[in-house]
Design a protein around this ligand. Structure first.
Ligand code: GLU
Length: 303
């Protein structure tokens, strides 16, 4: 576990991190299943041997399996059940829809957990065929990877303890301890001097939530869609401030120069948005954590 601290009291956080690791998911949220059982798995019609002129895809078709990078600690979005090893959530459904149009059934998908701080390097190395994990499309990242989408737009928000009264939005963070994730856009935003926050930086969202529950930090910042999932798991202890302060358009990430793959994934997203699979998947997963449904705009951008 990698933890960085920009203010004093780093030792406290490191000690807590060690405890969290030793206890596994027992005291925090990391090991908890999202409510709602298996949280939906739609069945998507698998295309038979689609002709797509993509090197990545040809290799995957030959191997008869596809590797998809995802998150494992975001309930309702990308979550790995520690008991069964099964992945669930909205991003997992998006991955299955896309894979089906590329010619791969659910059984042919290998999900690989990739945290935010290593996304660009992992994608560029070709260790995953594509990536679906609350991945904000932006110009800086576009220099390193290709994107299809956006298939959803979130916004950075704050997760606080239920009894919190002083934190009402990003402007009330002066001198407060705020946890976020290395390599994520909300961390970049909250480090701006205008907010005056003391940041704690780690690579797992579940660590930040543990720190918040344990009182080591005052708030967690990342996308509202992610935070609502944690609040839904612990409604008696946590709440989302609901003052989004950035726009986070989610894209499917892939190798930068595979234009054929990017077009095929864009086609797949558009067709599942049009045929209703997208909405059904949303309502069966993310919608259950309190995020309201907004239809994504189509046609999606092509570049
Ligand atoms: N969407 C933001 C990002 O891509 C935050 C969520 C995440 O770390 O995946 O940086």
């Amino acid at each position: 576990m990698r933890i960085r601290k920009t203010a004093a009291a780093g030792a406290v956080v490191l000690a807590l991190a060690a405890t969290a690791t030793a206890c596994g998911g027992e005291s925090g949220t990391a090991g908890d299943k999202p409510a709602g059982g298996d949280l939906f798995s739609g069945k998507y019609k698998v295309a038979s041997a689609p002709k797509i002129d993509s090197a990545v895809l040809k290799k995957a078709q030959k191997a008869k399996k596809i590797t998809v990078g995802v998150k494992a600690d975001q309930p309702f979005l990308g979550f790995k059940d520690p008991a069964t090893g099964k992945f669930s959530g909205f991003d997992i459904e998006i991955a299955k829809m896309v894979a089906a149009d590329l010619g791969f059934s659910e059984k042919q998908i290998t999900f690989k957990t990739i945290d935010s701080n290593v996304r660009e390097t992992t994608i560029s190395k070709g260790s995953v065929d594509f990536y679906v994990g609350t991945y904000t499309i932006n110009d800086e990242r576009k220099k390193q990877v290709g994107f299809a989408g956006p298939y959803y737009t979130a916004g950075a928000d704050l997760l606080v303890r239920k009894e919190e009264k002083a934190i009402k939005g990003p402007d009330s963070l002066k001198g407060k301890k705020v946890c976020s994730i290395v390599g994520s856009t909300p961390l970049q935003e909250i480090k701006k001097p205008k907010y005056g926050a003391n940041t704690t930086e780690t690579s797992k969202y579940s660590d930040c939530v543990k720190f918040l529950l344990d009182g080591a930090v005052d708030a967690v910042t990342t996308d509202d869609a992610i935070l609502k999932g944690y609040a839904a798991q612990r409604p008696e202890k946590l709440k989302v401030v609901e003052k989004p302060f950035t726009k986070e358009p989610y894209g499917v990430g892939m190798l930068k120069d595979d234009k054929a793959l990017r077009n095929a994934i864009t086609d797949a997203l558009e067709s599942h948005i049009k045929n209703g699979d997208y909405k059904k998947a949303y309502e069966g997963t993310l919608g259950k954590s309190g995020s309201s449904y907004v239809a994504p705009e189509t046609p999606l951008p092509r570049y």
